[in-house]
Design a protein around this ligand. Structure first.
Ligand code: ADP
Length: 403
């Protein structure tokens, strides 16, 4: 095996950098870090080693993405890992229609990622800063971009078009793109492996339920439809996003509440969803606790969340032409027995019935079948996602690493 056996996975946000150093062959994280408050003088990085021990470091210099990556580089040297890094994989939120799969980063690819800034004005600029910082810090290493949208480029036109004048698509690229594609790709294969089925002969509906939440119909390994749209705002109820609403709410609020487009957009993205409905929190676990003490807002928020999700599961079943397995993943999908059981209670018309004991067992990283098993009926599964591993595997493959 080569001495260079590690991949550095970078996920750069506007004021944060998340990183993980992975041994891809062993599917093992040797070090991870989170740089926060970038752009502020009190920016800092928290490092975690392979045993879960944490320590913090202040950022020197500019407090920006470059400083964060240089601090990481220094820490890698201290830990004796620097020489072992063979390639760097970057999470990139939006690849538009240009990117249908992960790719080695070249100057031309950078231009195309920049061209997608208009589609993800908060995310793509931060990714570009992160890629440039990594290129400076590790000039000799291959860098790979892995796009959240790429998996959904197989959606048929009837799934991705909005029913608006077609010039909005041809001139401005207004269509549904979807997100969480890296997670869906991972969970699709992991579900097929778990069921010991051929991924090319399997109809899955996968619900990725974290702070952001979406759902995708995956038929024979390909995305057929997904709930997020031009932006992550469409679809399911999320932590702070409203998901589907009547688009006329914009003009209604502008006329009646004298709110600006910016204010309404902020409200729908940051003050809605579980937080807006409960008036308490965007955090599912906290809402479950409050609901158990009788908090009405928390109960309503969880009810709306589960009902919207159940409706989408039925819709995605149609997109797939049937259902072999419903899969729950993400922080809520993997851990919330309450949300899963509320959703499943709506799904008997699809032939899905909850196995209560199995539901309680499939938590905290454990995969499992949580439905009753009846011949000819679909199954419901819990499969933990691992986006970092997926990025690291793509990176290793495209960088021709010997594993
Ligand atoms: P992100 O989208 O930020 O990656 P995660 O996938 O980590 O989010 O999911 C975060 C959500 O998962 C939060 O709403 C959190 O409350 C919820 N969650 C985590 N653990 C549990 C649990 N044991 N029970 C209920 N909800 C949980």
């Amino acid at each position: 095996m080569s001495d260079q056996d590690l991949v550095l996975v970078l996920n750069c946000g506007s004021s944060s950098v998340k990183a993980a150093v992975m041994n891809v062959a062993e599917k093992h994280v040797l070090m991870s870090c989170l740089a926060e408050k970038l752009g502020n003088v009190d920016a800092f990085v928290t490092f975690k080693d392979t045993h879960g021990n944490k320590h913090k470091r202040a950022l020197a210099g500019e407090y920006d993405h470059v400083a964060a990556v240089l601090t990481l580089l220094d820490e890698l040297k201290l830990a004796g890992l620097y020489e072992r890094v063979a390639a760097i994989g970057h999470r990139v939120v939006h690849g538009g229609e240009r990117f249908t799969q992960s790719t080695l980063i070249t100057p031309e690819v950078m231009k195309d990622i920049e061209a997608c800034v208009v589609l993800a004005p908060l995310h793509n600029p931060a990714h570009i800063l992160g890629i440039e910082a990594a290129q400076k810090a590790f000039p000799d290493l291959p860098q790979v971009a892995v796009f959240d949208t790429a998996f959904h480029q197989t959606m048929p036109p009837h799934a991705y078009h909005y029913a608006v004048p077609s010039t909005l698509y041809t001139r401005y690229g207004v269509r549904r793109y979807g997100m969480h594609g890296t997670s869906y790709r991972y969970v699709t294969q992991a579900s097929a492996d778990f069921l010991q089925r051929d991924v090319h002969d399997l109809r899955l509906v996968i619900a990725h339920l974290g702070n952001g939440a979406s759902i995708t119909a995956v038929k024979n390994g390909q995305s057929m439809d997904t709930s997020m749209g031009l932006t992550p705002l469409e679809g399911l109820v999320m932590g702070t996003r409203c998901g589907d609403i009547d688009a006329s709410i914009f003009s209604f609020l502008a006329d009646n509440a004298k709110m600006s487009i910016e204010k309404i957009t902020h409200m729908l993205n940051k003050e809605s969803g579980l937080l807006g409905l409960s008036n308490l929190s965007n955090d599912c676990r906290m809402l479950e606790e409050a609901a158990s003490y009788g908090h009405k807002g928390a109960q309503l928020a969880l009810d709306v969340f589960a009902y919207r999700l159940a409706k989408y599961i039925a819709g995605m079943t149609i997109a797939n032409g049937g259902l072999d397995a419903l899969v729950f993943t993400g922080g809520i999908g993997e851990n919330s027995t309450r949300v899963r059981s509320e959703v499943m209670a709506h799904l008997e018309p699809l032939g899905l019935v909850l196995d209560h004991d199995a539901n309680m067992e499939a938590c905290f990283g454990r995969s499992g079948i949580i439905s009753t098993k009846e011949a000819g009926k679909p199954l419901a599964l819990v499969i933990p996602t691992n986006e970092e591993l997926m990025i690291a595997q793509d990176t290793a493959r495209l960088a021709n690493m010997a594993l």
